[in-house]
Design a binder for this molecule. Structure first.
Ligand SMILES: NC(=O)c1ccc[n+]([C@@H]2O[C@H](COP(=O)([O-])OP(=O)(O)OC[C@H]3O[C@@H](n4cnc5c(N)ncnc54)[C@H](OP(=O)(O)O)[C@@H]3O)[C@@H](O)[C@H]2O)c1
Length: 262
């Protein structure tokens, strides 16, 4: 990545989360001054942020909940851009049908933001990733990392052979920076790299890590998934090979004790 000229100031919401941590890592390494919002700056789950390279000079944490208008104003003050990554995600929700609330919330938020941008001086770009996998920087597990981890941890006898679109967390973070930096970027970008059937994913994991305990049978599911990142690729986006994503994720799970090698 090339360095930015001068010190451009940007805000990243939900700084300690899975995706936001990578966004911040890339931003500070490029010389951006980053205002990261967290709900609890003293919580150890955000401690990894201060250890990122260049963080001591380039990262400042602000306490803000998404419903805290004053807190968000303080965090975005002086910034030329905001990477709005924070969102309550289902694994942490205790409402009935959390997936539906999540999808509704994301859809309404995106369409409101795109609508608002039409009549304001702000330019608004949205990047919509598929299931995000790859190495976490943060010390806690998020919902989508459990996707790979659950398959490796064992205990699943049979699995529906669904097709799932996935993308590496670092590729999504790079897509966000690209969308921010490219003057020609506009509107909405789908960000996905591979569509995997569960059985193919398990076979891939088995070939790389034969010693884990994998599901033994699969139920046939016929549905297909069609998603394309062509618009993002036309902007210059590239994605990593799947093996790199899996190997880096498993290495991180093992190092941080989410997975035991024995
Ligand atoms: N992971 C995926 O597969 C996936 C796929 C498509 C889109 N996305 C989107 O990508 C973004 C990041 O997701 P992620 O996977 O990185 O999830 P994550 O690790 O759970 O991060 C979510 C972040 O949002 C913060 N947050 C939640 N509720 C908040 C609130 N009321 N006020 C302030 N902050 C709040 C959390 O802060 P706390 O640490 O304080 O809880 C956390 O830092 C989200 O917008 C998500 O919808 C993710």
């Amino acid at each position: 990545m090339t360095e930015v000229e001068g010190k451009q100031r940007v805000c990243v919401t939900g700084a300690g989360g899975y995706l936001a941590s990578w966004v911040i890592k890339f931003l500070v390494s490029k010389g951006y001054m980053v205002h990261g919002t967290v709900r609890d700056p003293g919580d150890m789950k955000n401690a990894h942020l201060t250890k990122l390279e260049n963080a001591s000079e380039n990262l400042q944490l602000f306490k803000a909940d998404l419903l805290d208008y004053e807190g968000l104003c303080a965090a975005t003050d002086g910034c030329t851009g905001v990477f709005h990554v924070a969102c309550p995600v289902p694994a942490r929700s205790n409402v009935p049908n959390p997936e539906e609330y999540y999808c509704l919330g994301k859809t309404v938020a995106e369409s409101e933001a795109l609508e608002y941008a039409k009549s304001s001086e702000f330019s608004n770009i949205t990047v919509c990733p598929s299931i995000i996998i790859g190495p976490p920087l943060q010390p806690t597990m998020n919902a989508s990392s459990l996707f790979l981890l659950t398959l490796l941890k064992g205990g699943i006898e049979s699995l529906e052979n669904k097709a799932r679109p996935v993308v590496d967390v670092r590729d999504v973070a790079e897509a966000l920076l690209l969308a921010y930096e490219k003057p020609e970027a506009k509107g909405r970008y789908i960000c996905t790299s591979y569509v995997l059937r569960m059985q193919d994913l398990v076979n891939k994991l088995k070939s790389l890590y034969p010693n884990y305990n994998y599901p033994k049978s699969f139920t046939a599911i016929e549905e297909d998934v069609k998603m394309s990142s062509e618009k993002l690729q036309n902007l210059g986006w590239k994605y990593r090979p799947l093996d790199e994503t899996i190997v880096d994720a498993v290495k991180r799970y093992e190092e941080s004790g989410f997975l035991s090698k024995d």
